[in-house]
Design a protein around this ligand. Structure first.
Ligand code: ZN
Length: 220
């Protein structure tokens, strides 16, 4: 396959030296497919390329830790909304706004693999069904523990709630700080990015939208 061919890693002399311990057999050193390397070894190689010595004490177990940490930070890929919301949808007569605010979230931007994190505020107006309150933060967690852009994360949360309970409307606001902005530049260190998704009554009725916004802005 051509794609596979493209992934073939031709190791230069310098990399050869560094990568001796990466090879499964010395004979395969000439051409190693990236896919055949363990994630741990890929991280080890990455550390070398950053100019580090992956064999020094402090870094010896770093590839192993990185694998575990990345698995945790992207565990949202192994979850789906049906599973998260299982047994947590309830029939009710209630048709006033349900609001859960200040939900902490931690995600990673897909452009730089650097964290962005902040707070999510979520509201919906039910139409016969509600979601168990503790499940809303879990839904946020599921989508944020993936490689994301803030806009999509916002939309995905709103869509999942829409699909689960078909409410009269749903609103999601995310306020986040992005380390890729804060660490790489000097100018935007304290800026917060706000994104929102307004559906149904939150989009159509200004009063509903304003009620939500004023509840979110009221601190505490
Ligand atoms: Zn970024």
């Amino acid at each position: 396959m051509q794609e596979r061919e493209a992934l073939r890693l031709k190791l230069g002399d310098r990399s050869l030296e560094r990568s001796t311990q990466l090879a499964t057999t010395p004979d395969s050193l000439e051409e190693i497919t990236l896919a055949s390397l363990s994630t741990e070894n890929l991280y080890r190689e990455l550390l070398s390329r950053l100019g580090e010595d992956p064999t020094r004490d402090g870094l010896l177990d770093t590839p192993k830790r990185m694998v575990k940490s990345m698995e945790f930070l992207t565990r949202g890929y192994t979850m789906d909304a049906n599973e998260v919301l299982h047994n947590a949808l309830f029939d009710v007569e209630y048709d006033e706004m349900v609001i859960v605010k200040d939900i902490e979230f931690y995600s990673m931007c897909e452009h730089h693999l650097l964290p962005f994190f902040g707070k999510a505020h979520i509201a919906y107006v039910p139409s016969g069904k509600v979601i168990g309150l503790s499940k809303i933060p879990r839904l946020v967690d599921m989508f944020s523990r993936r490689l994301q852009v803030q806009e999509r994360l916002t939309r995905e949360i709103a869509e999942a709630i829409e699909q689960a309970i078909n409410p009269q409307g749903v609103a999601v606001i995310l306020e986040a700080e992005h380390l890729c902005m804060m660490m790489r530049g000097v100018e935007k260190q304290h800026s917060t990015t706000t994104t929102s998704a307004m559906r149904g009554v939150f989009k159509e009725h200004q009063t509903t939208r304003h009620e939500f916004l004023s509840l979110v802005r009221r601190n505490g």
